[in-house]
Design a binder for this molecule. Structure first.
Ligand code: SAH
Length: 238
């Protein structure tokens, strides 16, 4: 069996019971950079570990080769865990792996994980929705260049008070902030950057669109950006 498994946001204890069971019986674990290495210690003795890490969208191995590694492993071993940070279907390209396996006629199971998009803000007292403050939230790729003319991201619609969580956007923070101001958000609109959330090294820098770039300088990745009035709740809850 192949398990497309979510590793959760960082804290090993935020692994699901189902994921842990799959990891404990795995003969091989194919893992990414974002999956906490301590999770690998939960594997049985002699488990084969294969790193196919990606860094902020830069791929160590092209996706087609990762697919092939999963496929080849499943021919060699009985239980294969494909371990991905957070949830495998939130910017994890898990969907592509699932389609590939389906096309190959392979049997697989999807084990959802706790996505960083919600849990990392929560760990710093920032609820992604809050009655009377934010009626909805969006999880957006920060990987796409906001200055690009044709974009799948609907920047114009970000004028509302919806919470926006940008993943993979830390390196583009300056451009993202500029774009949000350009589409009509005020310079004092609340936002924060959270680095290494749910781990001991976790840091949350709160600011607004005018100062978040300078305030968050030097933070390490993985990091996500939250833009929204819910960020202010951090001081009430955390
Ligand atoms: N599938 C993952 C997301 C993969 S995209 C999930 O569901 O969480 C990778 C991005 O997730 C990173 O660039 C960063 O923006 C975010 N991220 C993942 N773990 C994080 C953490 N512990 N703290 C802050 N951001 C994190």
């Amino acid at each position: 069996m192949i398990y497309l498994t979510g590793a959760g946001p960082g804290d090993v204890e935020l692994l699901t019971v189902k994921a842990l069971k799959a990891i404990e019986k795995a003969d091989v674990i194919i893992y990414d950079r974002l999956a906490n290495p301590k999770i690998l210690d939960k594997g049985k003795e002699g488990v084969k570990l294969i790193y196919v890490g990606k860094e902020d969208g830069r791929h160590t191995l092209p996706q087609s080769e990762i697919n092939q590694v999963i496929y080849d492993s499943s021919k060699k071993y009985e239980n294969v865990v494909r371990l991905k940070g957070g949830d495998p279907f939130v910017f994890g390209r898990g969907g592509e792996e699932a389609i590939f396996l389906k096309e190959k006629g392979m049997e697989f199971e999807i084990i959802p994980g706790i996505t960083s998009a919600i849990s990392v803000p929560a760990s710093f007292g920032i609820p992604v929705t809050h009655r009377g403050v934010s009626p909805s939230f969006r999880v957006v790729t920060g990987h796409e260049d906001p200055t690009k003319k044709e974009s799948l991201v609907d920047w114009e619609s970000f004028k509302t008070d919806e919470t926006i969580v940008f993943l993979m956007g830390f390196h583009k923070l300056e451009k993202i902030v500029k774009k949000l101001i350009e589409v009509g958000k005020s310079k004092d609109y609340p936002c924060c950057v959270i680095s290494k959330g749910t781990t001991k090294e976790g840091k949350c820098v709160v600011g607004d669109l005018s100062n978040i770039v300078s305030k968050s300088k030097g933070l390490e990745t993985p990091a996500l950006i939250v833009v929204g009035k819910v960020v202010d709740l951090n001081s009430l809850i955390f």
